[in-house]
Design a protein around this ligand. Structure first.
Ligand code: CO
Length: 290
């Protein structure tokens, strides 16, 4: 019998599978909410994950008119179509397919996020990542990353990943200086492919499958995860991914948990209810941006 030393390598397993629920947000944009629901309120430090995908303009043209954010980061990643955002200080960004916008809202941003197009497919994701209490009132910061700055790496035969943040296969993504040290991969697997994907031990991790199906976990305990499902992973330093007769595409996320209380009211996420009430009051009075 062998005893593995503390800190030995360990494969992550699927501990829970959650399916997103259809909802509307902004001025009526139809989307699927996967984190930030009654089933999965948050997954420390991840506060929200939305997938929006439609080729019907009525589902998205109204967009997300002016709204505030305080206390966390929003990460928007587009697969198809384009979004334009404008904020209260005149920062304008256009997010193209394959690009990512990492917005550290900090003490406060008021912005709009509107589809540039009036027809065709709009497909993307918005993820919210919490900030620790000590950084909730930090100065706002944008990282607008065009598609050509997102590297793609081969991780195994028939397995490729775009690296938005963190490191995979010796390649670092373009997003820098984020306190929770996130890994954000967009993984594409051919049929009958297998990969072992490295994940930082101790970091919260999940996979969200958005096309096809992939089996995640050790060979004797792999679990099939289908498009529209999020798999919460146990701790460990890697996860095995295997496809069957069809291809799969999924997001793989990991980040350091904050282990702090979460008090939230829509796009205002603080540590105590009093801080949230103060943010609401400031927004109502017009002093939110100081
Ligand atoms: Co927003």
């Amino acid at each position: 019998m062998t005893h593995e030393p503390a800190g030995a390598s360990e494969e992550r397993r699927v501990v829970r599978v959650v399916r997103g629920r259809p909802t509307r947000d902004g001025a009526g944009v139809r989307l699927t909410r996967v984190i930030g629901t009654p089933e999965l309120d948050h997954l420390d430090p991840f506060l929200l994950l939305d997938e929006f995908k439609s080729d019907r303009p009525d589902d998205y043209v109204a967009g997300f008119p002016d709204h505030p954010h305080r206390g966390f980061e929003t990460v928007t990643y587009m697969l198809a179509g384009a979004m334009v955002h404008r904020d209260h200080v005149g920062h304008r960004g256009e997010l193209a397919a394959g690009g990512v916008q990492w917005m550290t809202a900090g003490r406060g941003i008021v912005h709009s996020e509107m589809p540039r197009q009036t027809d065709g497919l709009l497909w993307g994701f918005q993820l919210w990542i919490n900030l620790p209490a000590r950084l909730k009132m930090t100065a706002p910061r944008y990282q607008d990353i065009p598609p050509e700055r997102v590297p793609e790496v081969s991780l195994a035969p028939g397995v490729r990943a775009r690296v938005l943040a963190g490191e995979a296969g010796g390649v670092r993504g373009p997003v820098e200086g984020i306190v929770t040290e996130p890994l954000y991969l967009d993984v594409r697997m051919d049929p009958d492919a297998r990969a072992v994907l490295s994940l930082p031990r101790g970091h919260t991790a999940f996979a969200y499958v958005y096309e096809g199906a992939v089996a995640l976990g050790p060979a004797d305990a792999a679990r099939a995860v289908h498009a529209g499902e999020l798999a919460v992973l146990s701790d460990g330093d890697r996860v095995s991914a295997t496809t069957g007769a069809g291809p799969a595409r999924f997001l793989l996320l990991a980040a350091a948990p904050l282990r702090e209380p979460v008090a939230r009211y829509g796009p205002l996420v603080m540590t105590t209810p009093e801080e949230v009430a103060q943010a609401v009051e400031e927004y109502r009075r017009g002093t939110f941006l100081g």
